[in-house]
Design a protein around this ligand. Structure first.
Ligand code: HSE
Length: 371
């Protein structure tokens, strides 16, 4: 029977992955071993099976007795353990949610509703490294896969509105802690209907600027504000998050001529849905109803939202999409710059299609491939 090792199942992406695998009844047809970096001998996750106590995630000998290793432990673990695993001559499949191996020449970035052809070619060629993509890139491609498939996308400029979850679990909590702090200030003022909005704003701004406002993780207020910087600086003037847009999009699609993708990435006070305002330059003047049709038919999870207020407010917001696999695309219209320019807005759950779901699906694909 196939043996599969799971590392990093307790963190945010890992626990969403475990939840999805349980929901889809995926824990069958293989033997699962759960590893830990901190709690050897402890109890593993509830996956509806009797499972042995947790094993040591640094035990290379034990890891390499498995056919597939799935890790959501993070880039530090990958950089440390993966070379040691390879040194043993291990020929199994490494599935990773971290970015460490993403741009490696021998890895494939997985997003099977978009690049199943690339994955199948990789499997046939004996590729053993499968890595989840950057969440923003994966969610943009899930929304626009139908348009990309036509080969008519000349370039895209995504302006992002990224959730706290993309930064990590502590950041999600910090966002809410910041909101709670603002609630403490605003509460008594709101109790007096005569208080003006300007007076409330002054009190809120004053609190945002105080040294003890909780910003340990974000390093700046996010509640009542935003942060137009994600990840580290690049020589190009982009941030690393912005740089990933073009390199990962083109690697996922397996393009021969790279499609330019560039825009600004901004953190906003949403919990776990990334949103993106897209400027799309098409090769030619394609009628709007055809564009809508292409987007709608891209994959079973994309949902075209009519460009009207009611539909937008009901279906095209993080509040509506949080915790679901639906990737709505709306606000689609031609722009004033010319008939080849199209605006669109998309929202997607950063922990599902942005992280855990492509990993869950590549594991199934590889299990089927080996079966
Ligand atoms: N880097 C992303 C973010 C998350 O900070 O939102 C994961 O791809």
């Amino acid at each position: 029977m196939l043996r599969i090792a799971f590392v990093g199942w307790r963190g945010m992406v890992g626990s969403v992955l475990m939840g999805r695998m349980r929901e889809e009844d995926d824990f069958k047809g293989f033997e699962a071993t759960f590893f830990t970096t901190s709690n050897v001998g402890g109890k593993g996750p509830d996956v509806g099976l009797d499972i042995p106590p947790l094993r040591d995630a640094f035990d290379v000998g034990l890891l390499t007795s498995h056919d597939i290793i799935v890790t959501c432990q993070g880039g530090g673990y990958t950089k440390d353990v993966y070379p040691k695993v390879l040194e043993t001559g291990w020929a199994g499949y490494w599935i990773d949610s971290a970015s460490a191996l993403r741009m490696d020449e021998e890895s494939i970035i997985v997003l099977d509703p978009v690049n199943r052809d690339v994955i199948d070619r990789g499997l046939a060629a004996g590729v053993k490294k499968y890595v989840g993509g950057n969440c923003t890139v994966s969610l943009m491609l899930m929304g626009l896969s139908g348009l990309f498939a036509t080969g008519r996308v000349e370039w895209i400029s995504p302006m992002t509105y990224q959730s706290a979850s993309g930064a990590g679990a502590k950041h999600m909590k910090e966002l809410i802690a910041q909101m709670a702090e603002l609630g403490v200030i605003a509460g008594p003022l709101l109790d007096h209907p005569a208080t003006t909005a300007i007076a409330i704003d002054e009190a809120i701004t004053d609190r945002l600027r105080q040294g003890d406002f909780p910003t340990e993780n974000f390093l700046a207020p996010l509640a009542g504000s935003l942060i137009p910087w994600i990840d580290s600086a690049m020589e190009s003037g982009q941030t690393r998050e912005e740089w990933k847009g073009m390199v990962e999009t083109n690697k996922i699609l397996g393009t021969e001529t790279p499609i330019p993708v560039d825009g600004l990435c901004v953190r906003v006070g949403a919990m776990r849905c990334h949103s993106q305002g897209l400027t799309i330059k098409l090769a030619g003047d394609i009628p709007l109803d055809e564009i809508n049709g292409m987007i709608a038919e891209g994959n079973p999870w994309v949902e075209l939202v009519p460009n009207d207020r009611e539909s937008t407010l009901q279906r095209l917001t993080p509040a509506a999409v949080n915790g679901t696999l639906t990737v709505p695309v709306g606000r689609v219209h031609k722009m004033l710059m010319g008939p080849e320019y199209v605006a669109a807005f998309t929202v997607g759950d950063q922990l599902l299609w942005g992280a855990a779901e492509p990993i869950r699906r590549i594991l199934k694909i590889i299990v089927e491939h080996l079966g």
